[in-house]
Design a protein around this ligand. Structure first.
Ligand code: 5GP
Length: 130
């Protein structure tokens, strides 16, 4: 398996500090920041600091420490945003898009954390052939 990572993608630039972001959480291996075009009252993107294109790339090649840190960072963001049912929130949705069919816009792994309103059904676009 080979993955080609583009170091000029926008999230790589955010990680290098070349583009600003509204930071929500930073850990040793992960960064969480607000989406520039939020689709819900709470819309945070959680990314690993390492150069991973998408989820299964990360799952295959990240270290245990990176995976643990990233997983915990996502949970922490849910608590920070007060959308976690475990802390009295009303719930949330995690989305990670990959590739053309996933309609991934930025080729650096990110998990969308969405909440703050009823989010509707999981998929609404019409099923297309292919
Ligand atoms: P994707 O479609 O790849 O899953 O999602 C990419 C997300 O990144 C989109 O929701 C888009 O609004 C967000 N985004 C794109 N450029 C920027 C940026 O420069 N800053 C921030 N904070 N979010 C961005």
């Amino acid at each position: 398996m080979s993955y080609r990572y583009d170091p000029e993608n926008i999230f790589a630039k955010i990680l290098r500090g070349e583009i600003p972001c509204q930071k929500v959480l930073e850990t040793e291996h992960s960064l969480a920041f607000r989406d520039i075009a939020p689709q819900a009252p709470h819309h945070v993107l959680v990314i690993p600091k390492g150069a991973y294109v998408c989820y299964e790339h990360f799952a295959a090649e990240a270290t245990d420490a990176e995976i643990l840190d990233f997983t915990r960072a996502i949970g922490e963001v849910c608590r920070i945003e007060a959308i976690s049912p475990g802390a009295g929130g009303a719930g949330y949705r995690l989305i990670s898009n990959c590739g053309t069919h996933g309609m991934q816009e930025v080729p650096h792994l990110h998990v969308h954390v969405l909440g703050g309103r009823v989010l509707g059904r999981m998929l609404t676009a019409k099923r297309e052939a292919g």
